[in-house]
Ligand binder design. Sequence first.
Ligand SMILES: Cc1cc2nc3c(=O)[nH]c(=O)nc-3n(C[C@H](O)[C@H](O)[C@H](O)COP(=O)(O)OP(=O)(O)OC[C@H]3O[C@@H](n4cnc5c(N)ncnc54)[C@H](O)[C@@H]3O)c2cc1C
Length: 510
Amino acid sequence: MGAKDEMKYKPGYDVIVAGGGPAGIMAALAAARTGASVLLFERNGFLGGAATNSVLGPISPFMFGDEQVINGIPQEFVDELMKVHGSTGHMKALDPYGSGAYLGFYDREKYKYVAEEMLLKAGVDIFFHTLLRDLKMEDGSVKGVVLHTKSGAYSFGCKVLVDATGDGDAAVMAGEEYVYGNADTGKAQPGSAMFEMVDVDTDKVYDYIFENPDDFEWKSDIVPVRPYSGRLKQHYFVAQGFKSLVKKAVAAGDLNFGRDSVIVLNGIHPGSIHFNATRVSGYNSTDAVEKSYSEIDGRRQIESVSEFMIKYVPGFEKSYVSVTSNEVGVRETRHIKGLYTLTQEDAGEGRKFDDVVSRGYFPMDVHNPDGVTGYTEGGHNGGCWFDLKDTYDIPFRCLIPARIKGLVLSGRCISGTSVAHGSYRTQGGIMGIGQASGVIAGLAAVSGTEPRDLDVKKVQETLIGYGASVFRDEEKKAREEAHARESVREYMKGRTKYITKKEIIDGFMK
Ligand SMILES: Cc1cc2nc3c(=O)[nH]c(=O)nc-3n(C[C@H](O)[C@H](O)[C@H](O)COP(=O)(O)OP(=O)(O)OC[C@H]3O[C@@H](n4cnc5c(N)ncnc54)[C@H](O)[C@@H]3O)c2cc1C
């Protein structure tokens, strides 16, 4: 049976999801589970958003310390990926500074496939190669979408639209207010042109890091806490630095990119290294002209960094670039105004809200919008890395636009400040938000209720029914912490070498 037999587009749906990134995928799956009919439309010919289109490395999953904070449909997705050899699952970064507590490596091609199959199985119709062109509005409420396609315009009616476009395109088209980037500076985080190199002697790279610890800002071994496919690597690491080599290459005119150090992460497959290393600064990605310029800047940086790696870094002598981002990865653009705006203090202090629908766990990671350096202490106008005191709650109100009805916000465009967004913007946080937005949209559409008028308790109960960790479970947390510690001990016993700081390793082995 071909896809032609599996889908027949209808004139109208209960829920339409705009955008098929991590947020849109989760939103569509969750909305379908509430019993809503769902259409997801996507500008590209595949799912995954930045996760696939911009050639991302790992999912930063789903944990605060060792407590799994994001659960339910996002975890089902990771489980499905693992079944087809497409993910390592959640792995513990022994030194969380710079990379977060856990990393989950994934195969981007499997990601596209698994997401698509899960959506089709859930009965979601998918319309690829479609760009939002217009909205049907009545009395400040969204009633449908008009999509631009190669064969003209297509219109669909809907009861609720979920804006999972990342940039908040639907909300802006509907006339909702927003803030671009940081409200104080008017600047957004830089983008990165991502790429991967293969045929790398990764043992040699590891040895270089091991032998030159002072050349690195941070570095960590990454340890499995659950078995995964034997087809994948069984040891992963991450490091940011090569500072002396970078300095030498810049002085020799051999390297030109927006940073003063290079971050290397393992790619998921043997012999591959992933680069989240370039910095494409000063472009507003919601502006078509600037976006176009940014691609040229990004590709020049990829050429420069990859040639630097081959010429200067041991282990890369015979390597080459196997894939580059289709689109410069966009970290931040618009924050749509909602009923509540999540702040840096809310996230940093680990604040809880009665109307919680998802939780945040990742440090506030803001890349410097206009400098080459990494994180600066304290300041949020440069880059920053702030640890959280505890997990914080994402309130229902951050997903509800301030004025526009029939619309639910999802993914990175929800209502939050630039620095708070620096935390919830990673894939786990975004998937949790996506799941919540789908439940809100589905329950509203099926019951004929305006999203903002929903009973939040019912939203929370539904999310918990789908396995989401809406509230902390102390016993589960204690079990997860004990399991992680034991996994690290076992794993490290079998290793003769490590690049993680000795005091961190000693802490685990006590
Ligand atoms: C450079 C970079 C590095 C990152 N590194 C990590 C990392 O290591 N770990 C991690 O967990 N996270 C990382 N992230 C964060 C993560 O990738 C994003 O936060 C996440 O992809 C956001 O999901 P989203 O669904 O909200 O938006 P997106 O991923 O941007 O998805 C939006 C989707 O909507 C579609 N779309 C947009 N506009 C329209 C329109 N008008 N009509 C139709 N379709 C439209 C797009 O094509 C896209 O598929 C990184 C992000 C970037 C940019």
